[in-house]
Design a protein around this ligand. Structure first.
Ligand code: ADP
Ligand code: MG
Length: 352
C-alpha cells in the first residue's frame, strides 16, 4: 500500500484548519516572496507542489496526473493495481508489471537485502492483520502474529528484469510498497517538472520532500522538519541544504505518522518484520537526506526499524546520504555534515 493511504485510518486526520497551516508553512522558510503552489490529496496525504519562475497550470496538472498514475499502479487498496495483481497471484504465478512498478519493487528488494530484512516490502500481511489497511486498527493476538510472520520474507519474491515478472512464492504473501513508493513518486514529479523546463521547485508529498535548483538568493534551501510530537506542519528545526547536481531529497519516517491507541498504548504503522509488532525503540523519527527520494524513503523507514546504532552505521556507509535522528527524550543527533538548527527549544542537539 502506498504509505500515505495509511493516514486515512490514523487517529489523526488533518482538519481543514491544520491543512491550511500545512500549506501556509509548507516547508519553505527561506522564500520571502510567496510563490503559487498547488495542493491536492494523493496517496491519502496532502501533496504540495511549488513551481518557481515559470510555474504553469499545465505543468501542475501533469505532475498531479503522474502522481495519481503511480498511486493507481502501486496501491494495494486499488484492486486493479499492478501490486494488487501480484498479491492476488501469490503462490500461483508470476505477473508482468509496468516498468515503473518493477523499478520500485527491485529497489525495495535491494534495500531488504542491504538492511538484513529490516526494510521488507512483503510486510503487507502484518499491515492488514493490525487493521491498518481496513480502517479498523486493533492489536492482534500472538498466535495470529505467529501465523503471518513466515509470510514476511523478501527473499521469497522472485523477479525477472527481462520479462518484468514478479512472483510471490508463497500463498498469502503480499507486497506493500508504502515504505518506498511515495519517494519514487516525488522523484517522478521532479522529472516531470524538469522535462517541462522548470529549474526551481519544491515537491512535498506529505513529508517526502524533493527540492530542485537553488533559491533566488543563492543561499541554501531551508526545510522545516516535522515536530514528531506535534500536528503536521509544525516544525521543531530547520535543515539547510543545497541541491547537489540540481536535486536533493529529505524524507522523514516517524511513529507519529499513523497510529491508534488501545488500552492507553500507542501502536504505529512501521513494523518489525522480525517480531511482527510496531517498532518500539528510543526513536521518534528519522529524517534521511539523499539525492534520490526513493532511496531516502526506503532508508528512513529502514533506519527507524534498525534503531540508532545500526541505522547510523548504515547511513555512514552510504556516500552522499545523511540523517537526523529524534529520540523519545527529545534529544537530536545528526550525521556528518548536516546543517540543522533547532527552533523549538524543548529539543536539544547532541553533538557527536
Ligand atoms: P509514511 O507512510 O508515514 O511516510 P514510511 O515511509 O516510513 O512512512 O512508510 C511506512 C509504511 O511502510 C507503512 O505504512 C507500511 O505500509 C510500510 N512498512 C511498515 N513497516 C515496514 C518495514 N519494516 N519495511 C518496509 N515497509 C514497511
Ligand atoms: Mg519510507
Amino acid at each position: 500500500m502506498l504509505c500515505g493511504i495509511m493516514k486515512q485510518c490514523a487517529s489523526f486526520k488533518p482538519s481543514p484548519q491544520v491543512q491550511f497551516f500545512f500549506l501556509l508553512f509548507s516547508l519553505l522558510l527561506s522564500c520571502a516572496q510567496i510563490e503559487p503552489s498547488k495542493t491536492e490529496f494523493v496517496f491519502g496525504t496532502v501533496c504540495t507542489i511549488t513551481l518557481y519562475d515559470q510555474g504553469k497550470d499545465s505543468v501542475y496538472r501533469d505532475v498531479f496526473a503522474r502522481l495519481r498514475e503511480i498511486e493507481n499502479y502501486m496501491s494495494v487498496n486499488i484492486s486493479a493495481s499492478d501490486v494488487s495483481r501480484i498479491n492476488a497471484a501469490a503462490g500461483i504465478e508470476p505477473i508482468q508489471v509496468r516498468e515503473d512498478v518493477f523499478t520500485v519493487i527491485e529497489r525495495a528488494l535491494f534495500y531488504a537485502q542491504l538492511t538484513d530484512g529490516a526494510f521488507d516490502p512483503t510486510v503487507q500481511p502484518l499491515v492488514s492483520l493490525w487493521g491498518f489497511s481496513d480502517d479498523k486498527p486493533h492489536v492482534p493476538s500472538q498466535p495470529e502474529i505467529r501465523e503471518v510472520l513466515p509470510l514476511i520474507n523478501a527473499q521469497n519474491v522472485e523477479i525477472n528484469r527481462q520479462t518484468r515478472a514478479v512472483f510471490l512464492k508463497e500463498r498469502g504473501m503480499a507486497l506493500d510498497l508504502g515504505g518506498i513508493a511515495k519517494g519514487y513518486a516525488a522523484d517522478e514529479a521532479a522529472q516531470v517538472i524538469k522535462n517541462a523546463g522548470i529549474n526551481r521547485a519544491i515537491i512535498d508529498l506529505g513529508g517526502d520532500i524533493v527540492i530542485l535548483g537553488e533559491p533566488k538568493d543563492k543561499r541554501p534551501w531551508r526545510v522545516g522538519i516535522q515536530n514528531p510530537n506535534s500536528n503536521p506542519g509544525i516544525f521543531f528545526g530547520v535543515l539547510e541544504i543545497t541541491a547537489k547536481d540540481g536535486q536533493q531529497s529529505v524524507v522523514t519516517s516517524g511513529a507519529y505518522e499513523r497510529f491508534f491507541e488501545e488500552d492507553g498504548i500507542r501502536y504505529h504503522h512501521i513494523f518489525s518484520p522480525f517480531s511482527g509488532e510496531p517498532i518500539i525503540n528510543d526513536l521518534l523519527s528519522v529524517t534521511v537526506i539523499a539525492p534520490i527520494a526513493m532511496d531516502a524513503d526506503a532508508l528512513s523507514t529502514a533506519v527507524f526499524v534498525m534503531g540508532y546504532e545500526k541505522g547510523k552505521q548504515l547511513i555512514d556507509s552510504l556516500p552522499g546520504t545523511e540523517a537526523i535522528f529524534v529520540f523519545n527524550n527529545k534529544s537530536v543527533r545528526t550525521t556528518g555534515s548536516v546543517d540543522f538548527t533547532i527552533t523549538d527549544n524543548s529539543y536539544h542537539l547532541i553533538h557527536n
